[in-house]
Ligand binder design. Structure first.
Ligand SMILES: *Cc1c(COP(=O)(O)O)cnc(C)c1O
Length: 214
């Protein structure tokens, strides 16, 4: 059995111990060649994540045509001028964080049968170097997104590295509930157990499945 499949099985076993409703695991395959990813695809895994449009196009265009079960998630910063390339490829976008991008997606999605499912990224730690909208702007931003017909399914965060993520995961879960959103994108290799315990529905796990990125 391929190592990535073993790693994924182990993660699933851990998760089964802590919650009855298993979150979906997005295998974050950025920087890894498709040869490292194929075993998981052929084994039936559905959700994969990338953080750059150009890299994702090169790696996934053919794969997506050949494997219907594959769902691709855009996790990284999305430039408005890349939206027209991203929409045909990605099923989910986790990094919506400004009005210009929202408007662009709204305009472009009219060209396709299916709308992308979108998470609004929140900068919970108010870190200047990190993407995401501020907590205080969330309500208005969410309203705006609904007005322009975006399919907002939940919130996403990347907590500050040095701090206990529990605090931020709890807060994101609460903000999600306030807006009556159903999905929650939080938890990475270092903190997915904590995220699952805080009701995350999509864990974004890279190195724990594929190994360290060089
Ligand atoms: C790379 C990345 C991940 C996965 O990180 P790991 O620590 O390797 O699990 C998750 N989310 C985002 C937004 C990423 O860019």
């Amino acid at each position: 059995m391929h190592q990535t499949i073993k790693n994924l099985n182990l993660i699933n076993k851990e998760l089964e111990l802590i919650s009855s409703k298993l979150p979906s695991i997005i295998a974050v395959s950025k920087t890894f060649p498709i040869s490292n990813i194929l075993p998981l695809i052929e084994n039936g895994h559905s959700h994969f994540g990338e953080n750059k449009v150009q890299e994702a196009l090169e790696k996934w265009k053919n794969i997506k045509e050949n494997f219907n079960h594959v769902k691709l998630h855009m996790l990284g910063k999305l430039q408005s001028n890349k939206v027209k390339f991203a929409l045909p490829l990605f099923d989910f976008i986790h990094s919506l964080d400004n009005e210009k991008l929202a408007k662009k997606i709204s305009d472009e999605q009219k060209n396709y049968e299916k709308k992308p499912k979108i998470f609004i990224q929140i900068n919970l730690g108010n870190e200047s170097q990190k993407s995401g909208i501020k907590k205080g702007d969330l309500k208005d931003f969410h309203l705006y997104c609904k007005e322009i017909d975006l399919d907002i399914i939940g919130l996403m965060c990347i907590p500050p590295v040095e701090e206990d993520p529990n605090f931020f995961f709890k807060e994101l879960n609460q903000l999600n509930k306030n807006l009556d959103l159903k999905e929650l994108s939080m938890g990475m290799s270092a903190d997915y157990i904590k995220a699952a315990k805080n009701f995350s529905t999509f864990l974004r796990i890279g190195s724990k499945i594929f190994g360290n990125r060089s």
